[in-house]
Structure formats: C-alpha cells, structure tokens
Ligand binder design. Structure first.
Ligand code: FUL
Length: 637
C-alpha cells in the first residue's frame, strides 16, 4: 500500500487538494502537477469506465431515430416497463451506471414537466400519472447505481425553439431534472442543434446560429454547478467536463489521447448502440445485435485508450429490453469480468532506474492501489522499471495507469519481456505521428499515451517472469500508478434467446427475381453491395422498381452511403406503390435521422399494400446537390 502510515483519506486530500503530492514516510515531495488536472468528479467518472445509455421515448413507437416533433404522446404506453428489472440487468452485466434520454430531439418529455404540455401526462401510460425519469432514478437509488440524464437542446416540438422564448423552457427542464430526482452523475447535452421540425405547427427550418451563444452555456454550466456540484456535464459546447469520443461506433476517435482542451482537463466518452439499427429500439432488430467480441473491440478502443464507454441498450415498445441485446450484453460483461479478474503482475517486485523517494518507489506499480505511484527522479531522462513477477505467467494484455490527479504526462512507453535469456520488445513505443483511429491497434498497437488507463492487447500471449517498462517520452516526470498483466478470455457466446413474444412478426426482404429498374444507377441500390450506390446529381430525384409480380409490401430499408462521405445522403424520402406503374399511392414519407453521426440501415414499416411497382423519391439530401442510397430492401410477402 502507498504511504501506509497515513490514512488513504488524508492521502487523497493531499493529492487532489493541492498541486503537490507528499510522501509521508520520507517527507519527499512528489512532483508538481503538470498541465490541467481533472476535478475530483472527473477522476471518479473515469473510474466508472462504462455505463448504459437508454434511448426510450416516442421514437420507440414510431420507428424513427429522430422524431419530427409532431408525434402524439398517446403513442407512449409501455405495458411491461419495469425500471428495476432494467437497472438490475445493467448492474449484473458489470455496468457502472445509466443515462436516460429524458427528452430527445422530438421534444417529448418523459417526466411530468411544467415547462411544456408535450409531456408524459398526455400519455395513456399509468393514466397520465407516469414518470419514467422517476422510475429509473428510484430504481437506481435502490440498487446504488449512478443515474444520469440526457436532455436534448434541440426541441423540434416547441414553437419557440430558436427564439429567446425556448430558453425559459429549456432552463426549466434542466432545473427540474437536477432538483427533483436526486443525484445525477452526468447530464448529456446533445450536439445536434437545429434544423427542420414541427415547431408548434410552423413546420419550418430553424437555425439557432452559434449554439454556445444561443443557449448561453457559460451560464448554464454555472447554474448546474450550483444545483449539483458533482454532476459531470457532457458537451455544452466544450464548456462541460466531458466531450464526444468522435464517432457513434464506440471508439474514441484517436489514440494517442490527450485529456486536454486549451487549459482544461476534458475527458472523452465514446458512445454506441449495442444494436446495429440505431439508438432507439426498432422492430425486427434482434438479428442485428453487436457480438460480444465486437463489444470487446469497442471496449479496448474506448476505455482501453483512456476514455469512457456509454453503451446504449434500448427498451422496446413494451418497455422491456430486447432479449437478444441482453444476451450479448451479458456475454460481453462476462468477458470483461474475466479479463479483469486476475492481474498477474500483482505483488511483483519492481526495481527502478531511479525513484523520486521511497514513497514513490517501483513497488507502487504492482501494489493494486490506484492512488500510489512510481515516480523517477526528474533528472532521469529514460526512466524504466524491471518487474519481477511472483512466478512465471502467461498474459496477452498489458494495462498501465497514470496518476492523473497530477496531470497527464506520458507520450510514449515501451514494454519488454525477458524471454529465452534476452529482452524481447512486446510493446513498441509509439510515435506521435502514428495515430490510431477507428478500431486500429486493438491488437498489437503501440505504446502512446496512458492517462487514466491504456489497455494493449498483444499479438500473441507472452510467458515470462520478468518485464521492463520504459517511459520513452514524457512531457514531465512520469507518475505511473499501475502496471498490470491480464489475460484476454475466449469469446463468451450469448445465450440463445427467444425473441420477445410481443414483437410483431418479422417480414422478410423480398427476393429479387427479374426486377427491372427505371432510373440511372438505381440497380446499384439493390445489388447487395454496400460499396456501390444509386446516385443522382439532383434532389429531389427518384427511381422505380418493377417487381414483375404483385406482392404484399409492408416496408423497406435504406442504407446510406458507407464510404465515409455525406454528400447526397438521402435524409428525407417518399415511397409510393402502384399496381400498374401509373396510379401511385403514397405509403410512407419521412426522415432518416442522425445520418452524419450514425449512418446505419433504417427500416420503415407501413400498413401492407398489394403492389407491383415501388417508387422511391429522395426529397431532401445532405450536403451538395445530389441524392444517393447504398442499399434499399423492400419488405413484404
Ligand atoms: C446524437 C443524437 O442525434 C442521436 O439521436 C443519439 O441521441 C446520440 C446519442 O446522439 O447526437
């Protein structure tokens, strides 16, 4: 244990309260903090590692990812919602909290707010007396599980949105959520900030200009600190404590990762839905859940790069979690538990090239105490530690942690293992120009930054009794709190589950046979290849498919272009059907939401219609003049 003759509370107070750390035994001062340091809440938050996101509201019932704002509250009626059951599921999987979408962009408030009448009191659920925020927050309290909330700044229902009048509504909502439901560990202000919407019937496009100015986030942040000083603020135009990881795929956009923005400590949170279909539950989604081994990749490229992970698991129309989602969540949870269950470096003996003083000796790396740390002498320009394990062991994951209370310092590190009477480099030091993005470097990646923690999965297992850690580049004297050796478990297969009996029966995509396509390149939207697409140089633009025989058509799916570009992504559509190719019946019209951040397949269902011809019109598209679709599937019998 670090500084065993002083209490941990005192040590903590010393470490976080001042810029100096003291070793109690030999009274040697630790190094001064370097650069921005995290607040106590940010430290606590980073140690949560991962928690659940819960998207649940009117979109659950309409199948939209972004509601327009004119949806009827009458749709919200989850017959089997049991907040406690959901919280227990998350906790059992090893998650460390949950964040619920109290209001999404459609403006529907799932608590009885006084700020707008577009709220849950207008829903039939519990006779208009329901309060989802209350039920989740109570269940969390009961199970000692941190509760957080998401409040969309963009409100497509409110007639005053974009004008000063909306701010009163929005501020009231923040105040209610932060004063009526007990401690909120994190409040999320989404970055989607405006566009078209219902806006009290105006049905127009609204532009709020500079979001930071419009919402006055400087003041919002001050108010939140007054209401709940321990609440982590996500977003708020960079004024919060945490920012977006940069993708909705679950990885933080790049490693090396620095928790620094200007002169402030800002941590990164990677977000992703457990299901490939999007943030809200969608009918027939069961087959599209991410596999546990993919979730491990997500974990390694978020938490393992020094950020946190928020993983969305969305309740269905009944208010229950989808059994297939839960099965995958549990299987990944089990893999994570196994990974972290044993640290083979624990109680290893460390011999350092130098130490700042006894209280910062190399033994601190392997004492299992996240607060104590090894620190070399400032004059030591290539500090290293040899660690002798209690016995020879086999591992394939190395975890390192910095004492972040003193700031983030390490730029690159190297790890060698003593194998066959020689040092063998098992983690090469990174070069700041070699940036890992996406899911790169999950296996065999280099040693760049450390921060709260870095997890490096080796290309193959290593068996040894002796290792050497070298800090090859650091902005200031490194302060390393942990060196751990872990073992990646085999894939845990999800339990096979019955799909939820209440779900409507799955329709299948129609099989293409002899179909004729009218419209240049439109056949490319039906060729089963994500990399090719229907493209038109204008918008609106449309094409027709002749299915050669009548079918009972009940829906379609749209996959936006997958090449990383957004130009011409169809964002609003109209679908019409016809028996003869002359007389058309409009069966669906609407929006494909959230394409920029999460360009996944979206499925649209409608009441079945007998038809032979399918007409798709792109009525609005993102960026540029054109229209496109990578893949379209037609559902029916
Ligand atoms: C995005 C939103 O637009 C999505 O709908 C979702 O809520 C995601 C977590 O954040 O910005």
């Amino acid at each position: 244990m670090a500084c065993c003759n002083i209490g941990k509370g005192l040590l903590l107070a010393l470490l976080c309260g001042s810029t100096l750390a003291w070793g109690a035994k030999d009274k040697v001062k630790g190094p001064k903090a370097y650069g921005p340091v995290p607040t106590e809440q940010q430290v606590k938050w980073l140690r949560m590692e991962w928690y659940a996101f819960v998207h649940f509201g009117l979109n659950t019932y309409t199948g939209n990812e972004w509601g327009f704002g004119d949806e009827s509250p009458a749709l919200f009626n989850p017959s089997e919602f049991d907040a406690e059951e959901i919280v227990k599921t998350f906790k059992a999987a090893g998650m460390n909290g949950m964040i619920y979408t109290a209001k999404h962009h459609d403006g529907f408030c799932t608590w009885p707010t006084r700020s707008t009448s577009h709220n849950i009191t207008k829903s039939p659920w519990k006779g208009g007396k329901g309060d989802v925020v209350r039920e989740f927050s109570d269940a969390c309290k009961k199970h000692d599980f941190p509760f957080g909330t998401y409040l969309s700044p963009w409100d497509r229902n409110c007639g005053e949105f974009g004008r000063p009048g909306y701010l009163k509504v929005y501020y009231k909502q923040i105040e209610e959520l932060l004063t009526k439901y007990g401690p909120i560990f994190e409040i999320w202000f989404d970055g989607a900030i405006g566009g078209d919407g219902y806006y009290g019937g105006a049905r127009e496009k609204r532009d709020i200009g500079e979001a930071d100015k419009y919402y006055n986030y400087a003041q919002v942040v001050r108010n939140i600190r007054k209401l709940q000083k321990n609440c982590i603020i996500w977003g708020a135009c960079g004024r919060g404590d945490v920012t977006w990881g940069g993708s909705e795929k679950g990885f933080v956009k790049q490693y090396p990762l620095w928790n620094v923005q200007g002169n402030r400590w800002i941590s990164l949170e990677a977000d992703t839905p457990i299901n490939h279909r999007g943030w809200f539950w969608h009918q027939n989604q069961a087959g599209d859940v991410k596999k546990p081994e993919h979730l491990m990749d997500v974990y390694l490229s978020s938490v393992g790069r020094g950020g946190n992970l928020i993983l969305n698991v969305a309740p269905n129309k009944n208010g229950r979690l989808d059994p297939a989602d839960v099965a995958s969540l549990n299987a990944f949870g089990e893999m994570r538990r196994k990974l972290l269950s044993r640290d083979y470096a624990l109680r290893g003996k460390g011999k350092a090239s130098s130490t700042y003083g006894k209280s910062f000796d190399a033994g601190k790396l392997t004492d299992g105490d996240i607060e104590s740390y090894w620190c070399p002498k400032e004059s030591d320009k290539s500090p290293s530690v040899e660690i002798e394990l209690t016995k020879s062991c086999t591992f394939d994951v190395v975890r390192l942690r910095e004492q972040i209370r003193l700031g983030q310092r390490v730029e690159a590190f190297q790890v060698d293992a003593w194998v066959d009477s020689d040092w063998k480099t098992i983690i090469q030091p990174g070069n700041p120009n070699e940036v890992e993005g996406n899911f790169d470097g999950i296996r065999g990646g280099k040693g760049h930054t450390i921060g709260n923690q870095v997890l490096r999965w080796l290309p193959e297992p290593v068996t040894t009794r002796k290792l050497r850690l070298t800090i090859t580049r650091s902005k200031a004297t490194p302060c390393i709190s942990e060196f751990s050796l872990l073992c990646m478990p085999g894939v845990v297969q999800p339990e096979s589950v019955e799909s939820d009996a209440e779900e409507e029966p799955a329709e299948k995509p129609l099989r293409k046979s002899g179909w004729k396509f009218r419209g240049k390149t439109s056949s490319l939207a039906f060729d089963g290849k994500e990399e090719t697409m229907w493209q038109s140089d204008k918008c609106p633009a449309r094409f027709v498919v002749d299915l050669k025989q009548e079918h009972e058509i009940s829906g379609f799916s749209y996959l936006p272009r997958q090449d990383g570009q957004t130009e011409g992504m169809t964002s609003r559509y109209r679908v019409e059907l016809s028996a003869d190719g002359k007389k058309w019946k409009k069966v669906s019209e609407g929006e494909f939401g959230n394409l920029r951040a999460n360009p996944v397949e979206q499925i649209i269902n409608f009441s079945p219609v007998e038809a032979r011809y399918f007409r798709f019109t792109s009525t609005a598209a993102l960026d540029g003049e054109g229209s496109s679709a990578a893949e379209i599937r037609i559902y029916g019998k």
